[in-house]
Design a protein around this ligand. Structure first.
Ligand code: PMP
Length: 409
């Protein structure tokens, strides 16, 4: 048995703790701005209409059963998932330089990638994470024993990107470091590099032979445009980088609990097409071994739903429409929140609310202000002042703006 003191009590996950506190609050005014899941204008989870249709198709399929998927997952799903990221006519796909393995949503994809790098990566093994980043990145990479460093990301002054700090740190980092990049809708800040800034970041990384590790959890959910939200990844792929991508379908399909995701490896273009394909074959064989020991094979239901949509032109078009509904509502809430704060002449500038993109926004509210919002106004958000835009709706946005105004003054 364990020595009595070998297993210390761990703190509760802050996000799940926040959600518990919200649920226990009996105030009719309560607002949940902590959640990382889309809510409709009635503050309810939204099953995408296209997902309902795919579900219907699946349930009426006499061939459907509950057998195991292959180790690498549902190929009809993973191949379309790669096209979604890299573009249908991407040279990397045509040259068979890509490997795609279905994962336990985005978290599992980040983990599989981390495990793969921990086992095989021969460059400088330090993993650079943005400061701040999705908190789970720290846990996932340190769990596989990779050393972690951070690069500056968010500027407190501008509430935008600290692009100079970011580039300076990447320039100083040891050659061949692993750099984790949020492809779009950066969590938690909502701040993304512009296309021009992405080109600058790519050129620094190329000069330093850094290894890009993309995490994409919001493609199509950020701007409403799948191609636009994949712009950074496509630029790096076109530049010929060897890279990996962790892809989640939780938000853009609303398939959170189904754990539909994918991990992709892209061999460098410089190796030549034949060698690129050879590298991919070897990588694929090793990923299969890792996958086998971790989960044996991935879950089937969500992958089938996504696959039905991704492989049907009409359903795909409907999905894009659903994505525009979600991203459009969120962009609209950003506009309303900013407009109300400006109308109230709340101290400070609020343009960052509409400049930022995706599910989250870094408001700039301090920890005491966040706690006051919770105790006095029943508004729940993480201590760093991050709000989930999905928690806002036409009935509570003015209440929230008025409460922000009161705690800021
Ligand atoms: N990466 C980032 C940056 C995220 O925000 C999320 C979702 N919170 C994920 C990965 C993975 O989420 P999931 O495992 O639910 O796909």
């Amino acid at each position: 048995s364990f020595p009595a003191d070998a297993v210390p009590q761990a703190p509760e996950d802050p996000l799940f703790g926040l959600s518990r506190a919200y649920k226990a609050d009996t105030s009719p005014d309560k607002v949940d701005l902590g959640i990382g899941a889309y809510r409709d204008d009635n503050a309810k989870p939204w099953v995408l209409p296209v997902v309902k249709k795919a579900d219907e198709i699946l349930r009426n399929d006499p061939e459907a059963n509950h057998e195991y998927l292959p180790i690498a997952g549902l190929q009809a799903f993973t191949s379309r998932a790669a096209e979604l990221l890299l573009g249908k006519s991407a040279p990397a796909i045509a040259e068979k330089r890509t490997v795609s393995v279905q994962s336990i949503s985005g978290t599992g994809a980040v983990h599989l990638g981390a495990l793969f790098l921990a086992k095989f990566y021969k460059g400088s093994r330090t993993v650079y994470l943005s400061n701040p980043t999705w908190a789970n990145h720290h846990q996932i990479f340190s769990n596989v024993g990779l050393p972690i460093a951070t690069y500056p990301y968010f500027s407190k002054e501008t509430r935008g990107l600290d692009v100079d700090g970011l580039k300076a740190t990447l320039e100083k980092a040891d050659e061949g470091s692993i750099i984790v990049l949020h492809a779009c809708a950066h969590n938690p800040t909502g701040v993304d590099p512009t296309p021009e800034q992405w080109r600058e970041i790519a050129s620094v990384m190329k000069a330093k032979k850094h290894f890009p590790f993309f995490d994409t959890a919001y493609q199509g959910f950020a701007s409403g445009d799948l191609d636009r939200d994949a712009g950074a990844i496509r630029h790096f792929a076109e530049e010929g980088f060897e890279l990996v991508i962790a892809q989640s379908f939780a938000k853009n399909f609303g398939l959170y609990g189904q754990r539909a995701g994918c991990f992709h490896y892209v061999a460098p273009s410089g190796a030549g097409a034949a060698e690129g394909a050879n590298i991919a074959t070897r990588v694929s064989s090793q990923l299969s071994i890792l996958q086998r020991s971790e989960i044996s094979n991935p879950p089937i239901y969500g992958a089938r739903i996504a696959s039905i949509v991704l492989n049907d032109d009409a359903l795909f078009a409907e999905w894009q429409e659903n994505l525009r509904t979600m991203s459009g509502r969120i962009i609209d809430m950003r506009k309303k929140l900013r407009a109300k704060l400006e109308e109230l002449q709340t101290p400070g500038g609020w343009n960052h609310i509409t400049d930022q993109i995706g599910m989250f926004s870094f408001t700039g509210l301090s920890e005491p202000q966040v706690l006051k919002l919770r105790t006095d106004y029943h508004i729940y958000m993480t201590k760093n002042g991050r709000i989930s835009m999905a928690g806002l709706n036409s009935r509570n946005v003015e209440y929230v703006a008025a409460a922000f105004d009161k705690v800021v003054r």
